[in-house]
Design a protein around this ligand. Structure first.
Ligand code: SF4
Length: 417
């Protein structure tokens, strides 16, 4: 099996002021202080991270095309540490001149000087964790920022001339109503981002929300309201000129997130830092999720020189490529699945009910939607191999994606193992 070569790196920066009530990410809470310069916790973490990078096999001919600093709150990382990580990445892998270098950044955690330093270090894309434009909702989620901090953050972007930024919003928050969601979408558009991510709240059992609430029950919106919120985002944002290119993501032309597309295309990538996942040489690996266990793992890794994890099976790759690719509006090319024509036939049979419901669509070689309105037409199109790719329809296919993915998983999991 030929695997794609990793040309992307995800760097996990775990520090946050506090833990938001819905968040189960691997983080370290550092309190209210925003300047963490000289904090031993941060220096130790950066040192472990850089050792991990330096110990990873590089492929001489392949430089990084995307780097993504995620978290956590990467904007809490002091500039010195950020520069050290970038220098280490460049030394080990090389970073292409035109690389997309993104950072997740939270309102209230950076200054003008910090933004200027980011720009000087080559960072060229910022993802601002806005979440909502109502102070009461931000407080309800345990966020450490308020609406005035969002306004200040955008004013700083303007001062430094940063245009390539994305805003993150969350729908389905406790007591959030449709009007508030519409206000948040409109307020976000007014700030002129090139990209927006709209996530529906997911209740994770270990979080404060997960312990307090039940999905679909008050104060959370019921399923119908959650679906209305999804449709509203799709309609408001596409009318404002954003392409709905992924189930939760919208972008102006040429501003899709290149780094995240690597995940959705099921291509290889490096991951560094506590809790970070990587996918290299057909092996998926997630690092330990606390600082102490991550440090112990790095120490072991430096000594043993390898990561012990199983190779993904043909079944895993087939299902992962499908499930990740179907998140994209452009869908998955059948040729990308790398399986026999009998397997493709089985796939289309499994999806047939959803083709008829128009939750799944077939695309021709030009990316145009093929018509599947009746059984005869479906059989004919299938027989002449005119389906180049399959995709979920927008918004219905995306809304019912769980049903479709569950059907795929059931149909193939045992079969291919
Ligand atoms: S700022 Fe982000 S990573 Fe940190 S606790 Fe809140 S949601 Fe989680």
């Amino acid at each position: 099996m030929n695997y794609s070569l990793p040309e992307s790196a995800y760097i996990h920066i775990p520090f946050c002021h506090r833990r938001c009530y819905y968040c189960d990410f691997p983080i370290s809470v550092v309190g209210n202080q925003t300047d963490l310069t000289g904090r031993k916790t941060v220096e130790d973490y950066t040192s472990a991270l850089c050792q991990e990078i330096l110990h990873t096999n590089a492929i001489a001919s392949v430089k990084l095309k995307t780097v993504f600093f995620g978290g956590g709150t990467p904007s809490l990382l002091p500039i010195g540490e950020l520069a050290q990580i970038l220098k280490t990445l460049n030394q080990q892998f090389g970073i292409e001149d035109q690389a997309e270098i993104s950072m997740e950044i939270d309102p209230g955690t950076f200054s003008l000087e910090k933004l200027q330093a980011y720009r000087d270090l080559g960072l060229n894309r910022f993802s601002l964790g806005v979440q909502a434009f109502q102070d009461e909702l931000l407080a309800r989620c345990g966020r450490s920022h308020r609406v005035k901090d969002i306004e200040k953050a955008i004013a700083l972007f303007e001062q430094v001339g940063i245009k390539n930024f994305s805003l993150d919003l969350i729908s389905g928050l406790p007591d959030q109503n449709l009007n508030q969601w519409q206000q948040s979408l409109e307020a976000a558009i007014a700030l002129n981002p090139q990209h927006l991510s709209c996530y529906d709240l997911v209740l994770e059992p270990v979080t404060a929300f997960g312990k307090q609430f039940e999905p679909g029950k008050k104060p959370l919106p019921d399923d119908e309201t959650a679906a209305q919120m999804y449709r509203l985002a799709q309609s408001v944002l596409t009318q404002a000129g954003y392409d709905h290119y992924e189930i939760s993501n919208y972008a102006r032309p040429d501003y899709q997130c290149r780094h995240n597309r690597v995940y959705w295309k099921n291509q290889a990538y490096y991951g560094f830092g506590m809790g970070a996942a990587s996918y290299t040489n057909g092996q998926r690996f997630s690092r330990p999720r606390t600082r102490a266990t991550y440090y112990a793992w790095v120490k072991d890794y430096l000594q043993s020189g390898s990561v012990d994890c199983p190779q993904t099976s043909e079944c895993d790759r087939f299902l992962e490529t499908l499930m990740l690719g179907l998140r994209l509006t452009e869908g998955v090319k059948l040729s990308q699945l790398n399986v026999s024509s009998a397997r493709i036939e089985q796939l289309l049979q499994t999806l047939e009910p959803y083709f008829h419901q128009q939750w799944v669509v077939g695309l021709d070689h030009q990316g145009k939607i093929l018509s599947f309105l009746d059984q005869k037409n479906f059989d004919k199109i299938k027989a002449v191999n005119s389906i180049d790719a399959i995709a979920l329809s927008d918004p219905n296919g995306f809304l019912f994606s769980n049903t479709i993915l569950t059907a795929l998983f059931r149909a193939f999991k045992d079969d291919l193992d």
